[in-house]
Design a protein around this ligand. Structure first.
Ligand code: MEV
Length: 332
């Protein structure tokens, strides 16, 4: 038997632009996905989001898991009983599929090699390959790296000399070859003491669809590439503010980032409503992740108040600290 947990993530700055090589800043959140594997006499799966019972494992319904079993590990052992428990909203921009891929990768590695702890960088790359295979080849390593490494992560198209460089990775996408450098950032005490409040609109929006929607709009209106560059400038300002622990400046950058994401066409009325409603008691707020539905995030020192505002708008709140621990094996 092997059990692993991987956290979800919240993108503070740079979603969508990061797919095109611009930088993004993301933090691991407290909620995540647990995968428990047991060998069995038949292939079965239970995902507590969808069912209370084990069902026959179907590759087409579980592309991330199938990719890891077959393409990454080329697993030929006994059939597996796969139990998935998640306290993340699903298809909501919180990195649930990367967390699932990472927890599956870590658990399968543990089952096959019980004496050998998985390397976090290798795991991040496994998670990224699963994301890319499920998203028509368009996926940045942001979700998988943040979930695997934990803490606060900067993903950018080139190495940033003033950050702690962790690894590089690349991917062939329909728009050409992309390379990313992954860095980690030490969070300032003011940031560690503050709270993120996520608000789920209740509407799931598959990341793959949102990412291909942006690709389509960029083809029709190439001037939107300038908005990607504007997001990069905001991301850099937001990162400096994060490092200095300047909550007000982080909030201003979050608000500006939301405006740019609106122009890219990835916001929605319910996201905009929650983003505006939560500004009364937060430093800043924006949609987070792929958008289209999914979640917004607010940075605040008054998480209960912000959670109430989200509920009043019809959303579901989730309160988290910044930068929780990355993917890990759970001892039984
Ligand atoms: C999804 O969490 C973030 C996007 O930037 C897609 C990606 O980075 O692969 C929208």
């Amino acid at each position: 038997m092997a059990t692993a947990f991987a956290p979800g993530k919240c993108i503070l700055f740079g979603e969508h632009a990061v797919v095109y090589g611009h930088p993004a800043v993301a933090v691991a959140i407290d909620a995540g996905v647990e995968v428990k594997l047991e060998t069995s006499d038949k292939w079965e799966i239970k995902n507590d989001h969808y069912s209370n019972n084990f069902e026959e494992f179907q590759a087409s319904k579980n592309p991330h898991i199938q990719h890891i079993i077959r393409n990454v590990f080329d697993y030929n052992g006994l059939p597996l009983k796969i139990k998935i428990k998640s306290n993340l909203f699903s298809s909501a921009g919180l990195g649930s599929s990367a967390a699932l891929s990472n927890a599956m990768g870590a658990a399968l590695h543990q089952l096959i090699n019980p004496e050998d702890e998985i390397n976090q960088i290798k795991l991040a790359k496994i998670g990224h390959s699963a994301e890319a295979s499920a998203q028509e080849g368009r996926a940045s390593p942001t979700d998988s790296a943040t979930s695997s490494l934990g803490g606060c992560i900067v993903v950018s198209g080139e190495k940033d000399e003033h950050l702690n460089h962790v690894f590089d990775t690349s991917l062939t996408t329909p728009e050409g070859n992309r390379e990313w450098s992954i860095h980690s950032v030490e969070l300032h005490k003011n940031i560690k003491d503050s709270w993120l409040v996520l608000g789920f609109t209740g509407r799931a929006a598959p990341t793959g669809d949102m990412v291909s929607g942006v690709a389509e709009r960029l083809k029709q209106k190439p001037e939107l590439y300038a908005e990607m560059q504007a997001i990069e400038n905001i991301t850099k300002a937001g990162l400096t503010a994060l490092e200095l622990g300047n909550l007000e400046a982080v909030g201003i950058a979050m608000n500006s980032c939301h405006e740019k994401l609106k122009i890219l066409g990835v916001s929605s009325d319910s996201l905009d409503n929650m983003v505006l409603a939560t500004r009364h008691h937060s430093f800043g707020s924006k949609l987070t992740g792929a958008g289209g539905g999914g979640c917004m995030v607010a940075l605040t020192n008054d998480p209960q108040r912000v959670a109430q505002e989200i509920e009043l708008c019809g959303g579901q709140p989730l309160i988290s600290k910044f930068g929780s621990k990355g993917a890990h094996i759970k001892k039984e």
